[in-house]
Ligand binder design. Sequence first.
Ligand code: ATP
Length: 249
Amino acid sequence: KAQIEEALHGFSLDLRLITDSTNDKLKGDGFTHNKLVVAEYQSAGRGRRGRKWVSPLASNLYWSLGWKTQLPVQQLGGLSLIVGLAIVKALQQLGITGVELKWPNDIRYQGRKLGGILVELSGDMVGGLQVIIGVGLNVHMASNAAESIEQEWINLQELEPTISRQQLLITVIQCLQDYLERFSDGGFESFLSEWQRYDECLNKKVAILQGEDVINGIGAGVDANGAFLLQTGKGIKPVYAGEVSLRFR
Ligand code: ATP
C-alpha cells in the first residue's frame, strides 16, 4: 500500500479485499478530494447500463478514481476516451503494444476485450463536478471464472507473462494523472490524433444500435467532443455515447 501511495500524488487510497462495485463504493462514501478505491473482488461489478462486469478474486484490476474537476459537464464527453488512451500509454510503458480502443469504453486486443471503463457523475455540483472513473482490466483471470462473459476476452498476462498487478496499477494511475491534467487544460481536442492511432473502428463497417434502431455506416473517427463519427450514405453523423452501442459488421 505504501508503494502505491507514494506513486500517487495528491490522491488518497482505499484498498479493500471485497466491495460491491468500486464505483458504487466511491458513490456511497462520497469524496471531498481525489480518491482511489481498489478492490480485489467485486460482488456486483458493473459495465454500462447495469451489465455485469465479471470480477473474480485476486485475478484482475478493479479500481475507481474519484476525480474533482472544475470542467463543465458539457466538456466531459471525451473523458472515457482519454482514460482509454492513458491505459494504452501505460501498457506501452510496460511493453504491451497492439492494444486498441473501441468507442466509447472498451479496451481490446485483436478483437478481444482486455478491459472496460465506466465514467459516472456523482454528488452535488457545488464547487465543481465529482466524477467517478471506474476501470476493470483483466490480468490473469481463470477461464472457468469467466464462463458468463458472452464475448471474446483476453488477459494481459497473455501479452506480457511477467506483468505485476501492482506495477500495472501504479503505471496506469500515473499516466491517467498526466492525461487528466492535459484534459483539464486543453480538452479532448488535443487528444484527437492520439485517438485516431488506436481507434479500432476507424474505416471499419459498424452498426450503431439504439434500442430497436440500427444505423449502419463506416467509422470516421471522433469529433472534438468525443462523439463517434459515423459515415453514412447521407453524410457524417455524430453519435453520442449515452444510450447507444457499437458493433462491427
Ligand atoms: P457496449 O458496446 O454497449 O458498451 P459492451 O458489451 O461493451 O457493450 P459494457 O457495459 O462495456 O458492454 O461491458 C459489459 C460487458 O462486458 C458484459 O456484458 C460482458 O459481455 C463483458 N464482460 C464482463 N466482464 C468482463 C471481463 N472481466 N472481461 C471482459 N469482458 C467482460
